[in-house]
Design a protein around this ligand. Structure first.
Ligand SMILES: [Zn+2]
Length: 250
């Protein structure tokens, strides 16, 4: 037997959601210059189109669902509350989109870049070198330590902790020799310690002639699968390395 239809509520008008009383894109266009000033972005001197592109999405987010037209100050304050992320994104785009940065643009990018440094470091490095901006380079190097992919091997050319497991510097592109990587990771010294602490692992490394360096530890090939997702340096032991080890044991 079919159920009786509920008649309750029938005929009741669904209340319409209030329509927004302004056009958000038009408002953005109207407020853009004020936003640029209010956020302190005018000194980096970019074309309006650049500001337009980088601020549009954050602006729409900051406006949110309001029905009536917000004041510029309200939007600026909301954008200031997400300034760290916003300026990080702007810094990356400066590095990505401009062939060359002005000194003010470089200072801005190096001051505000955070996680975006992984992408932007090579360009910012090049520009700092081009301008001979030593202090800027030092600041960039410090930021890399905090937000970059901190490698255990420092690059002999640029000095950043940015030599990846493939032996290439992520910042300046230098190809670093295996010998230099082994020296910095103190492989021989660590092998000496490993012989005392974990003879099984040591013997495996000595018979296979290679090992992995993962987060400060030497890992024999059979154990490396457990270290997925971490920076793993594959180290091949040469005759010279083994001779050095043997010599030290005499
Ligand atoms: Zn380098």
């Amino acid at each position: 037997m079919p159920r009786k239809r509920k008649s309750e509520g029938e005929g009741k008008k669904v209340q319409r959601r209030d329509e927004r009383k302004f056009d958000v894109e038009e408002l953005f266009d109207e407020y853009l210059d004020e936003l640029v000033d209010g956020l302190g972005l005018s000194n980096i001197n970019l074309p309006r189109e650049f500001y337009y592109n980088v601020l549009k999405e954050p602006f729409i987010g900051a406006v949110g669902d309001v029905k009536s037209k917000p004041k510029p100050r309200t939007i600026i304050n909301r954008l200031i509350s997400i300034k760290a992320d916003l300026f990080d994104v702007i810094s990356v785009r400066l590095a990505r989109e401009l062939d060359h940065l002005s000194p003010e643009q470089l200072d801005f990018a190096v001051q505000y870049i955070r996680r975006g440094i992984v992408e932007a470091a090579p360009k910012l490095y090049q520009e700092a070198i081009r301008m001979g901006a030593r202090e800027t380079l030092e600041l960039l190097k410090e930021t890399w330590k905090v937000y970059g992919i901190k490698a255990p091997v420092n690059c002999p050319r640029c000095g950043f902790a940015s030599v990846m497991p493939d032996g290439v510097c992520m910042v300046c592109g230098k190809d670093v020799s295996d010998g230099e990587i082994k020296r910095q990771l103190e492989i021989i010294e660590q092998l000496r310690e490993l012989k005392e602490e974990d003879p099984v692992a040591y013997n495996e490394i000595m018979s296979t002639n290679y090992l992995y360096f993962v987060e400060g530890r030497l890992v024999p090939p059979s154990k490396v699968r457990q270290e997925e997702g971490k920076l793993r340096y594959e180290i091949v032991l040469t005759k010279k390395d083994k001779m050095e080890l043997e010599k030290d044991f005499n």
